[in-house]
Design a protein around this ligand. Structure first.
Ligand SMILES: [Zn+2]
Length: 468
C-alpha cells in the first residue's frame, strides 16, 4: 500500500477499514483475474502435460523472445550486449544464455531506471515494493499482463492443491491490519476476495485464541501466507489440545522458508497438506509443489540456474546451490541471469505425478543467511536439530556475527521447558556445525521479525569470504 494511504487507513474506524480493504480488493481482483488471466491458466493446464523435449522447445522460444525484447527496449541490456559483443542472435541454445553476465542485486538497486522497458505505458504498469535486508526498498514495475500471468501460475498451484481461486481464504502476511487498542480483532475482511486478512504482527500467546475463534467462524477453504505465522497458531492449538473444526482443503505457504517442524505441526493440527511455493515480486520464476509433494520448477515461467560459489553449475543431486534466475514474467523490468540470493538443494528424482518439470529437493531461502563454520562450510539445514526440543519452545533463531560464535535465541514454553533440553539441542546443532564454534543460548520473550515482518531462522552478519 502507498505510505500516504496506509497512514490514512490506520486512522479509520474498523468498519471503514474493511470497506477500504474490500474496495482495494475489488481493484486487485480485476488486476489479477482480468485480461488474459483465464487464457494463461488454461495454457498452463495444457503445458504441464508436455513431453520434456516439447517443454525445452517452449522454454527456448520464450527465452529468445524475451532476450530480443530486452535488447530492443531496455537500456541496461542494450549497453550490456553491445559492451560484451553479444547480439540476441548469438543466443541459440539454453547453454548460450551463459554468455550473458550474471546480474547482482546491487546493480539493479543502483540504477533501477535503466532496467525499465521503454515500450510500456504507465497505465499498463503496476508498482510493487520489495524489501531487502539492508532495509532499502526496491520498487519494481510489473506489466499488468505479466501480473495476470503470474496469477495463472498461482492458480495452477491451487489446482495442484485441490482447490481454486474464489474459495474462502485466510491470509497471513506482512500486511498492516492496525487493530484498535483494546479490541481483539486482528483481522479484516475483504468482501470481494472472500478473504480474511490476518495480522501476523499480533500473534502472541494472549491473542492466539482470538485468531483461532475467527478461523473457526470463517471456515476457510485455504489458509495461505507466511509459514511462521500459521505455525504459531497451529502450535498454540497443538499445545493446548484445542478441539476444533477448522478443516481447510489446503495450506499454501510462501514468503519464508517452510521448516520441517513447522510443516509437521501445521499438518497435524489442520489435518491437511501444506503446499509450499516459491515466487517473488522482483519476478523469479515459479517453483510450486505438486500433489505428490515434489517441488517442481515451472519451466514456462523462466529459467533457473543453480550454481556454486564460483558460479559453476551444481549438478550433483543433494548439493546446495544459489539460484540465478531469468524470469519470463518480467517484461516491464526484465532481469536476465539475476542472482536473487536464494538457494535450493538439487534433486534428480522423477515425480510420480508424471509432469516433466525439474525437481528441487528443498528451498533453503536466503544465501546470505546460511550459517558458516570453518569445519563445515555453509550449513544448509538446521531446522531438524530443533526437533530435539520436545515441543518445549515456541520459536528459535540462530544469529552468527563471527566465525567463532553462534547465538541461539529461544522463546521457551514456560510450562514445558527445562534447561536439560538446551544440552540436547546444542548437541544436535553441533552435529551439523562442527564442535569448534561456540553455541551461546539466550532465552527471550520473542524473536524479532525482519522486513515485511518475515521470520528468519538464521541470520549471518559477516561475510565468510572476507575472512578466509
Ligand atoms: Zn510432481
Amino acid at each position: 500500500m502507498n505510505p500516504i494511504f496506509s497512514t490514512l487507513y490506520e486512522n479509520l474506524p474498523t468498519f471503514l477499514q474493511e470497506i477500504a480493504i474490500s474496495f482495494y480488493g475489488l481493484i486487485r481482483e480485476h488486476q489479477r483475474y482480468g485480461g488474459n488471466y483465464h487464457k494463461y491458466t488454461n495454457w498452463l493446464l495444457e503445458t504441464e502435460k508436455m513431453s520434456k523435449s516439447d517443454l525445452d522447445t517452449l522454454q527456448f522460444n520464450e527465452l529468445k523472445k524475451f532476450i530480443l525484447h530486452t535488447y530492443k527496449n531496455v537500456p541496461y541490456y542494450k549497453k550490456l550486449f553491445d559492451d560484451n559483443n553479444i547480439t540476441p542472435y548469438n543466443i541459440n541454445s539454453l547453454e548460450d544464455l551463459k554468455k550473458i553476465p550474471i546480474l547482482s542485486k546491487e546493480a539493479l538497486r543502483k540504477d533501477p531506471e535503466s532496467f525499465q522497458a521503454k515500450n510500456f505505458y504507465t497505465r499498463d504498469l503496476l508498482e510493487f515494493h520489495t524489501s531487502g535486508t539492508t532495509g532499502k526498498a526496491l520498487s519494481v514495475k510489473i506489466g499488468k499482463d505479466d501480473f495476470r500471468k503470474r496469477m495463472a501460475f498461482l492458480e495452477r498451484q491451487r489446482i495442484w492443491a485441490g482447490t481454486t481461486n474464489g474459495k474462502k481464504v485466510a491470509t497471513f502476511t506482512g500486511k498492516i491490519i492496525s487493530p484498535k487498542p483494546g479490541k481483539n480483532k486482528f483481522w479484516r475482511y475483504n468482501y470481494f476476495g472472500r478473504q480474511l486478512y490476518f495480522s501476523s504482527y499480533h500473534i502472541k500467546d494472549e491473542n492466539t485464541i482470538f485468531y483461532v475463534r475467527a478461523l473457526e467462524k470463517f471456515k476457510p477453504q485455504i489458509i495461505e501466507g507466511y509459514p511462521s505465522a500459521i505455525f504459531l497458531i497451529a502450535q498454540w492449538m497443538f499445545n493446548n489440545a484445542y478441539n476444533h473444526n477448522i478443516r481447510p482443503k489446503a495450506i499454501l505457504t510462501t514468503g519464508e522458508t517452510l521448516l520441517e517442524y513447522q510443516k509437521e505441526i501445521i499438518e497435524k493440527v489442520f489435518k491437511t497438506t501444506t503446499y509450499n511455493y516459491y515466487a517473488s515480486s522482483e519476478g523469479a520464476p515459479f517453483i510450486t509443489q505438486c500433489e505428490f509433494g515434489c517441488l517442481h520448477i515451472n519451466p514456462e515461467s523462466g529459467i533457473f540456474e543453480i550454481v556454486d560459489t564460483n558460479n559453476n553449475p551444481v549438478t550433483a543431486p543433494g548439493e546446495t546451490g544459489a539460484l540465478i534466475v531469468t524470469s519470463f514474467l518480467t517484461y516491464a523490468t526484465p532481469l536476465l541471469r539475476y542472482r536473487i540470493n536464494d538457494s535450493v538443494v538439487l534433486s534428480n528424482k522423477k515425480c510420480t505425478c508424471g509432469r516433466n518439470f525439474p525437481i528441487v529437493e528443498r528451498i533453503i531461502g536466503r544465501v546470505d543467511d546460511m550459517l558458516y563454520t570453518q569445519e563445515r562450510g555453509y550449513i544448509g539445514r538446521l531446522s531438524p536439530a530443533i526437533k530435539a526440543f520436545p515441543n518445549s519452545v515456541k520459536e528459535v533463531q540462530f544469529v552468527q556475527n563471527s566465525l567463532e560464535q553462534i547465538d541461539l535465541f529461544i522463546v521457551p514454553d514456560e510450562k514445558k521447558f527445562n534447561d536439560n533440553h538446551l544440552n540436547l539441542v546444542i548437541e544436535e546443532i553441533k552435529k551439523r556445525t562442527g564442535d569448534k564454534v561456540k553455541i551461546i543460548p539466550h532465552l527471550v520473550n520473542q524473536i524479532k521479525r525482519g522486513s515485511n515482518n518475515k521470520f528468519r531462522l538464521t541470520i549471518r552478519n559477516f561475510n565468510p569470504s572476507s575472512i578466509t
